[in-house]
Design a protein. Structure first.
Length: 115
């Protein structure tokens, strides 16, 4: 947690973090401070519950994510993509996936009002 609250040592670090906020459209300029405040409230019991529900095999909220990357020139790999069907989802554009997903809801409005 100490590292979250540590001042940026390089301007490029701060710029990269702020551009990250801009690129996802969230504009949470004080994200590190907000996350550190939440981390201070966590208990060992909270962490154990997350591990049991989300990480541990058989957990009630566990989800499996598998990624496969194929070269555009790999005919065999591209043929496999056509066979996915019910086994998975092809994400051709991350921007379109984010726009269609409820997990990525960018804040709309004046970003400077959130500072």
């Amino acid at each position: 947690m100490r590292r979250k609250l540590e001042a940026d040592k390089k301007l490029t670090t701060e710029v990269g973090r702020n551009w990250g906020e801009i690129s996802v459209g969230q504009y949470r300029w004080k994200r590190r401070e907000q996350e550190a405040a939440v981390m201070k409230t966590l208990t060992r019991k909270d962490l154990d519950e997350v591990l049991a529900e989300v990480v541990k095999e058989g957990g009630s909220r566990r989800r499996v994510l598998t990624t496969q990357i194929y070269s555009q020139t790999d005919a065999k790999g591209l043929a496999k993509l056509g066979k996915l069907g019910s086994e998975g989802v092809i994400i051709a554009s991350t921007q379109e996936f984010q726009a269609a997903s409820t997990y990525f809801t960018p804040i709309k409005g004046n970003p400077t009002a959130l500072a």
